[in-house]
Design a protein around this ligand. Structure first.
Ligand SMILES: [Zn+2]
Length: 362
């Protein structure tokens, strides 16, 4: 339905007309923050399951940035903070590009495009993974389900001491075909997502030991030298914890430790004081937000779709959008919806949240 409406509106010129009209008449402004993880050209993802780690394609990424940039002014994190403070009046709607986790392709693939288009960005670093080949748990799970043999899978189901409630789920999963493997990866990914990080890591250690499947390729993460290059290009870096736990699933002490360690590691490695933070998987709750308010970060981002108004009271629970649309008509329709949310937020914002949803993983 959205696809059809957006294409009709685009090809009849209605989208452009509405956007131009809104721009001419609007006196108030909003800011949006968009989320990306990996930007890839596709060649390095040869199997059906490895596609799950692909992120956004370079073509879609460039198209989205170009479309959004035409109607929102690219902004640095510093400008956004001024806007959130309500101190700096702006002459247009703003947008900030962010990348979570710290993948090397943010520098090698995304940065050249952004520089060509004069768009700044922030890269949120999970510091324990920077300059290592450590894999995030969801990548380990993908690697496992990509390579595990049916015989080993039977052993896994029978011999592993699965956490409470997981055994019936695991019993129902198979790895006979690529579709089975993909489905098993999805189901187990969701289940693991609800566990504590330590438990997930221990479980994956056990699964890998049982099956002998230890992904050798590692993760293409930034090195600290490459983080310096990112800074030299004029981009910002922010915090994304040290080990990437879900912060609502750990104790307050661990939240503080994860946040402070991340901040101090970035400061000691690249000699900048990051001002912004992104909750892993956008996962936050009031008590976690209160701890971030006491940290040295000035703003924190969730993955809850929405827009930011000047003087926002929720500076440590700011919304971000995952632009899940790919074609130009759809992207511009989304841009129009975002613009209209200034005028009728009670109608448009729930619609946006429904169509985009909170970002589910990582
Ligand atoms: Zn993340």
């Amino acid at each position: 339905m959205f696809w059809l409406t957006s294409h009709v509106a685009y090809w009849t010129g209605l989208t452009f007309f509405a956007l131009s009209l809104e721009k001419a008449l609007s006196k108030s402004h909003i800011a949006i923050v968009v989320i990306y993880h990996r930007i890839t050209d596709g060649d390095e993802f040869p199997t059906p399951l490895s596609e799950l780690q692909r992120g956004d394609s370079v073509e879609v990424f460039e198209r989205q940035i170009k479309c959004v940039r035409r109607w929102f002014r690219p902004s640095t994190i510093g400008e956004l903070i001024g806007f959130v403070d309500g101190k700096d009046p702006v002459d247009s709607d703003l947008f900030v590009v962010t990348f979570d986790d710290g993948y090397r392709d943010n520098l090698t693939i995304a940065a050249p495009i952004l520089m060509r288009l004069s768009v700044p960005a922030v890269v949120f670093l999970a510091t324990a993974f920077i300059d290592t080949s450590n894999r995030f748990w969801w990548v380990r799970l993908t690697d496992l389900l990509q390579t595990v043999s049916p015989v080993h899978w039977d052993r896994i189901r029978a011999e592993v001491d699965w956490p409470k409630g997981l055994q019936p789920l695991v019993d129902s999963l198979t790895v006979g075909t690529w579709d089975d493997r993909r489905q098993s990866r999805r189901v187990l990914g969701k289940a693991f997502f609800r566990l504590e990080l330590d438990q997930t890591v221990r479980l994956l250690d056990e699964l890998e030991a049982l099956t002998g499947t230890r992904g050798e390729a590692g993760m293409p993460m930034l090195t600290w030298k490459e983080v310096e290059e990112i800074l030299e290009k004029g981009f910002d870096v922010g915090g994304h914890t040290e080990n990437h736990p879900l912060l609502t699933r750990v104790s307050p002490d661990v939240v503080v430790e994860e946040v402070e360690k991340c901040l101090s590691v970035i400061e000691s490695k690249v000699h900048v004081k990051p001002v912004s933070f992104a909750y892993p998987a956008g996962d936050h709750a009031d008590e976690v937000v209160r701890l971030l308010e006491q940290s040295n970060f000035q703003v924190s981002f969730t993955a809850r779709p929405g827009t930011i108004s000047p003087g926002s009271p929720d500076r440590h629970a700011l919304p971000r959008l995952y632009l899940s649309v790919e074609s130009r008509p759809e992207i511009l329709a989304m841009v129009l919806l975002l613009k209209l949310s200034k005028h009728v937020p009670s109608v448009i914002l729930p619609l946006l949240r429904k169509s985009l949803g909170d970002f589910a993983l990582v």
